[in-house]
Design a binder for this molecule. Structure first.
Ligand code: TRP
Length: 334
């Protein structure tokens, strides 16, 4: 029996945080035995935001950090294939073919486009930014992935991918699978400031690479219920990020339930709840830190992983392209 395939990944633009973990990284690690996993470091996609040379060069630095994040959370390089997008440029040809099958107004309706334009104060999106989901579809489909574990914000891109696969298959015959998105158990982790989403651009994150002391300090400063000015005021743990993190990361369920109960009765102070959270988070992060240190001390191993990844994906990508071109009837008569 052939294993199904997973393709997913991230732009190399900075360190990953707890939100990434519960949103998608946990799924990627959990499924690496069941599926053949491909992880892409999407450096072409990083170009859709900043094209200045300094920024482009910095994606090289961030590539290393991203791969370290993957390995640190438990991605096994013996099982998963990790590669840099621009090391396999044949994906650009598939992107071009797909770009002919996508209507501009469809891409203008993709919600992330407006979000990026607002965040970056862009009035005129580039042709490349508009095509972001089309390139992502090419990433997913050049290895014919069936499953795409991603954060909730990426769901609309997987929808574009499914539509493209359907349209291609309808026009030219069955070439591509229609991949499914897989969203993590906690689709959106609140920020440490209580805002709707943990996000690097807001600065309300706890990074997977944070030191223990930084975690303690961030947890101490976390937003809690502002109406609860004294510890003896009964309050609701729902919607409080401190309790959401306890739910997501504290394996001691009895401790969490007991804290919630005392919180409801006004019998526990924020300081105690936060102290216990910092301990739980650092216990969760310790093995991640250990694996990071192991690989950080072995830069050659990282390079070998990426070289082997590219070497593995290139022929797969090429074979898909040949099949797609044949199906379309493109090229010289043979
Ligand atoms: N767009 C994704 C993000 O910003 C990164 C990405 C690029 C990706 N290509 C992909 C994710 C293919 C899943 C599948 O997080």
């Amino acid at each position: 029996m052939n294993k199904g395939r997973i393709l997913t990944g991230d732009r190399p633009t900075g360190p990953l945080h707890l939100g990434h973990y519960v949103g998608t990284l946990a799924n990627r690690v959990r499924l690496q035995d069941e599926y053949e996993v491909f992880l892409i470091v999407a450096d072409y996609h990083a170009l859709t935001r900043h094209v200045e040379r300094d920024h482009v060069v910095s994606t090289r630095e961030f590539t290393r950090d991203l791969v370290l994040d993957y390995l640190a959370v438990g991605v096994d390089p013996e099982k998963a294939t990790i590669y840099v997008q621009s090391d396999v440029p044949s994906v650009c040809e598939l992107h071009l073919l797909f770009s002919m099958l996508t209507a501009v107004p469809r891409l203008e309706r993709v919600p992330t486009l407006k979000e990026v334009m607002d965040d970056e104060h862009l009035e005129n999106p580039s042709y490349g930014l508009l095509g972001y989901p089309v390139l992502q579809a090419a990433d997913i489909l050049h290895v014919k992935a069936n499953l795409v574990p991603v954060g909730k914000d990426q769901e609309s891109h997987v929808e574009v991918t499914r539509e493209l696969a359907r349209r291609f298959n309808y026009l030219y015959g069955e070439v591509f699978p229609e991949p499914q998105a897989l969203i993590g158990e906690v689709p959106t982790l609140l920020g440490t400031d209580g805002k709707a989403k943990m996000s690097k651009s807001i600065g309300n994150t706890i990074f997977l690479s944070d030191e223990a002391a930084a975690v303690e300090q961030k947890v101490r400063g976390m937003y809690t219920d502002p109406t609860r000015i004294r510890a003896d005021i009964p309050a609701n743990p729902e919607g409080n990020p401190v309790f959401q993190y306890h739910d997501a990361f504290n394996p001691d369920r009895a401790e969490v339930e007991e804290l919630k109960e005392r919180y409801r009765q006004g019998k526990v102070g924020d300081v105690e709840v936060k102290k216990k959270l910092a301990v739980a988070l650092n216990t969760f992060l310790d093995p991640i830190r250990e694996r990071r240190a192991y690989y950080a001390a072995r830069p050659q191993v990282l390079e070998d992983i990426l070289a082997a990844g590219a070497a593995k994906v290139r022929p797969i990508s090429q074979a898909t392209l040949t099949e797609a071109r044949e199906a379309m009837g493109l090229g010289r008569v043979k």
